[in-house]
Ligand binder design. Sequence first.
Ligand SMILES: [Ca+2]
Length: 372
Amino acid sequence: MECKSIIETLNKINMCFYLRGLLFCLINLVFLSCQSKSHYPAVRNIEPDREVSVKVPAKEAPVKIIFDTDMHTDCDDAGALAVLHALADKGECEILSIMCSTKDPYSAPTIDAINTYFGRPDIPIGIIRKGVYRYSKYTKVIAEEFPNNFSIEDATEAVQLYRDILEKQADSSVVIVTAGYLTNIMNLLQLPSNEGRLSGIDLVKRKVRTWVCMGGNFIGSPARDDLKLGNVNFQFDAPAAYFAIHNWPGELVFAGREVCSEPSGLSIGESLTQVPINNPVRRAYELYFGGAAKNRHVADLVSVLYAVRGLRDYWDIQTNGYMDLRPDMTFAWKFDKDKSQGYLLKKQRDGKPNDSYLESVLDSLLIQSPRP
Ligand SMILES: [Ca+2]
C-alpha cells in the first residue's frame, strides 16, 4: 500500500511538472507573437530578469534602415551617418538606402563620401530637385575633397528610390528614420499607384515597420509645443510635415528636441579629434565649428540609435496618444490608446537622467573605425 501511494504521489508530481512546462511554453509563444507585431512596445516591456528566461534567437537579424537626412546645415547628420555605419559594421543594421531632403547639390555627394570612407560606396542615394535649400558650412568641401563618385545629374529622385527599395523588402521589415525635412515622406505618401505598382501609402502600410522622426518639443503633460524652442525639421517645409504626420498609416516614434537636441544637454563630437584626418565626418565637424571638432547636440545620432537598437536601457517612451499638429507647426499631444504614435523620454538612472551614459554609447559609435 505504501509503495502504491508513493508511486501515485510521484505521478502527481510528474503531472504537475508537465503542466508547468506546458504553461511556460504557452506564455513564451504568446510573448513572442506579441513581440513580432510592433517595434517599440516589445522592447519597452522586456525586464532584465525576463530576458534570461525567454528563449529569443541568439542573434537578431539586422534592422533594415532607410536614413532620410538634410545633410547640409548641421553636422549632426554626418555624425548620425557615422553611427549608422558603426552599427552596420557590428551587424545590427543594414543600410538599404539614404535619402536626401535638401536641394543642396553637395549634400548627396557628401553622403556618398561618408559611405565610401566606411566601405559602402554602393549604397543608393535618393535626391530631391524641388525642396528646401540652405547654406552649408561643410558639404561643398567634403564633396570636392573626399573620394566619391556621385553624379547629381544621373541621380534618382528620393520618392522613386523609396518605391524601388521598399517593393523589394519583406513585409513590415523596414525602419525609416528621418533626421531632416519631411518632403520625401510627403512625396512618398502622395505617390499614386500605377501599372500594378502599389501606391506610396499602401507600400508603407505593407513594408514599413516604424518611422522614427527627429522633431518636436514634448514639453509638459500632456506635451505641447509652442515653438519657442524652434523646430527646423518641421518649419522649413511645414506643408510636408503637416501632410506626412497626419497621413502616416503606421507606427511613428518621435525623438523630440528635449531628449537629444537643445535643450537636452547632450552633446558629443570633440572625440572626433582622435580619428584619422581622412575621416570626412571629422572634417564636417571641423568645418562646422571653423576649427577643431567640438561637441554638438546629438539629435540625429539619437534618432538612428533608437531606430536600430530600440529602447534598451537608453530611453523610456510615451505611447499613449498622438501628435495633433497644426498648420503653423505648433502641436498638442492628445492622449488616445488606439493610436500608434509615441515619443522618447529620458530614462532615469540613480534618480538622474542617464545623459552621460547615452553620450558614452554614442561616442564610441561615432569614432568607431571602419571595418577592415
Ligand atoms: Ca538633420
